[in-house]
Design a protein around this ligand. Structure first.
Ligand code: IDP
Ligand code: MG
Length: 140
């Protein structure tokens, strides 16, 4: 059994809509544990590192703008296979495509903006999780 860690973010749209508790409830109901939790407005430096793989894409600048527009809840979660497991809880990137029952499927919609406002982020691999946790929680 491999206990993984994943970085979960409740993005500014989710925070503003009061969905932080709902997201954390689903994480805990699934059986994952919370090991680090913070509420902050991310800096551009943190976001540029976090989203480095998307630099140059059309949605990159709007994404950084959106992500720095308000408060975000950042959490490190732990559990067996939690990287893949949280991605399953989150649902497809485009909230229109996300299945009902998933966070993005239940609470997200396409607002017609340049960036998908899709409530949450979850690391896409164990390597990404390690990298992202180091960016958001350098002290941990
Ligand atoms: P993920 O969050 O499901 O891992 P990524 O492809 O890594 O999806 O994209 C990071 C974030 O960038 C997405 O969650 C979404 O907010 C935004 N995004 C991704 N693709 C698009 C797009 O085609 N148009 C607008 N925004 C996008
Ligand atoms: Mg991603």
């Amino acid at each position: 059994m491999t206990i993984e860690r994943s970085l979960v973010l409740v993005k500014p749209d989710g925070f503003q809509r009061g969905l932080t508790g709902e997201v954390l409830r689903r994480v805990e109901a699934k059986g994952y544990t919370l090991s680090v939790l913070a509420i902050l407005t991310p800096t551009r430096e943190v976001l540029a590192q976090h989203y480095a793989e998307h630099e140059g894409k059309p949605f990159y600048e709007p994404l950084l703008e959106f992500m720095s527009s308000g408060l975000v809840t950042a959490a490190v979660i732990e559990g067996h296979d939690c990287v893949k497991g949280f991605r399953a809880l989150a649902g497809a990137t485009n909230p229109t495509d996300a299945a009902p029952g998933t966070i993005r499927g239940d609470f997200g919609r396409d607002w017609g903006t340049a960036v998908q406002q899709n409530i949450v982020h979850g690391s896409d691999s164990v390597e990404s999780a390690t990298r992202e946790i180091g960016i958001w929680f350098p002290q941990s």
